[in-house]
Write a protein that binds this ligand. Structure first.
Ligand code: LLP
Length: 385
């Protein structure tokens, strides 16, 4: 069965481009919102790094979610799309002075801090602005998320977070500094996590870590468990909306919140991934010695995930129902890694056919580059074609 795409409209548009199914995005946001109902102390901050397209940010903001930003540019994008500063958290292992000043001026809700030198720098800059910055400490929980090594972040050898063995030093430093105020703890163990055991381990570990703070009589107002919920790249039509219920329940069940504590989530991929596809035309079908290549007008500059992480994206030929053949689906960039998939079974392709690379809403458009002096891909929306 062919997926449901407005192929007549596509045929009039120059490729490659990103296509976003707005009704699926809304369905996804509805589903997440439903899971949070009745939990006034649960807060979702959309991870802007997954996709900062203005139209999509506007819609996510409509649902009352906050924003998780990792650069000054993302803070500006979130503010520009209507997110209020008090819903914005700012993370990142290397925040520059310019970015910290921007965040302080905007009055964002919290800096997720990853080291003592960063803490000292935020304190210094906050003092200059005669402000007190609210900070959470990003703790490295040393949990293996069993995902791709480039997107696992919670292990001790990663550059992220503060190791618990150093926590006393950090707390001593915090008590000396006058222009930073401690509010809570932040964690993030990795991305594209589909096994809830990893989140359960995180929750249990946070319970232990909280004890350390309570023994030192330090009040922890907020726990931020980061993001990372994965999606079904292999079956985007069967599983268009991630299982937010299972995810939220895991924390509800295993994480022991103290009275008045707030629980924060930073979800990116799970919100925005399935509603986006990269649409491309076949430029040439090339016969190799033992294989056929479908050469697309989209390349790794438009969607880098397969080249960078060996990531799988389901590929469909939207304009053919001819018998299935096997293709290596490649782009036009002068790099062998510019390959979207090898030995992919597709309805027989010819020049001009339109292909969809599915589940490309997250870390797709936002990671596009101008390598080879190519144009950045444009975006189209299902409700405005
Ligand atoms: N919070 C923090 C601190 C993060 O580092 C990330 C993602 C998130 C939240 C959102 O994670 P999500 O819910 O989207 O899994 N470019 C890679 C993914 C990099 C993720 C980086 N951090 C990819 O294409 O798979």
């Amino acid at each position: 069965m062919k997926s449901n795409f407005p192929i007549n409209s596509f045929s009039k548009i120059e490729t490659p481009f990103y296509y976003y199914d707005i009704s699926l995005l809304r369905k996804t946001l509805d589903s997440l919102k439903e899971e949070l109902a009745g939990h006034d102390n649960y807060h979702v901050h959309y991870a802007v790094k997954a996709n900062a397209n203005r139209r999509l940010l506007n819609i996510i903001n409509e649902y009352g979610f906050g924003a998780d930003c990792v650069s000054g540019g993302e803070i500006e994008a979130a503010l520009g799309a209507g997110f209020t500063p008090d819903t914005i958290v700012f993370a990142g292992v290397g925040k520059s002075d310019k970015e910290i000043n921007l965040a302080l001026s905007a009055g964002i809700s919290c800096f997720n801090v990853e080291s003592i030198p960063e803490l000292e720098n935020i304190d210094r800059l906050a003092k200059e602005q005669k402000k007190v910055a609210t900070v959470a400490l990003r703790i490295n929980p040393n949990i293996d998320a069993h995902t791709h090594s480039y997107i696992t972040t919670g292990l001790s050898e990663n550059k992220f977070g503060i190791d618990m063995s150093l926590i006393d030093k950090v707390l001593d430093k915090l008590s000396e500094l006058k222009n930073v105020k401690f509010t809570g703890l932040h964690f993030h163990i990795g991305s594209q996590i589909t096994d809830m055991d990893a989140f359960r381990s995180l929750a249990v570990r946070i319970n232990d870590i909280q004890e350390v703070f309570y023994r030192r009589m330090i009040v922890v107002d907020s726990i931020n468990v980061g993001g990372g919920l994965g999606v079904d790249y292999h079956n985007p039509d069967e599983n268009p909306v991630p299982d937010f219920h299972e995810y939220i329940e895991t924390f509800k069940k295993y994480l022991v919140l103290r009275p008045k504590q707030h629980l924060h989530f930073e979800l990116g991929r799970s919100i925005i991934c399935q509603c986006g596809s990269l649409i491309s035309r076949v430029l040439y079908v090339k016969e190799g010695v033992n294989k056929k290549f479908a050469i697309l007008d989209a390349g790794m500059t438009d969607l880098v995930r397969p080249a960078l992480y060996q990531a799988y994206h389901k590929i469909e030929n939207l304009t053919s129902s001819a018998p299935v053949e096997e293709y290596d689906v490649v782009g036009p960039i002068c790099e062998s890694s510019d390959c979207f998939g090898k030995a992919i079974e597709l309805n027989a392709a010819e020049r001009g056919d339109i292909f969809a690379l599915r589940s490309a809403g997250a870390y797709g458009e936002i990671m596009a580059s101008r390598y080879n002096c190519r144009e950045l891909p444009k975006a189209y929306f299902s409700d405005a074609l």
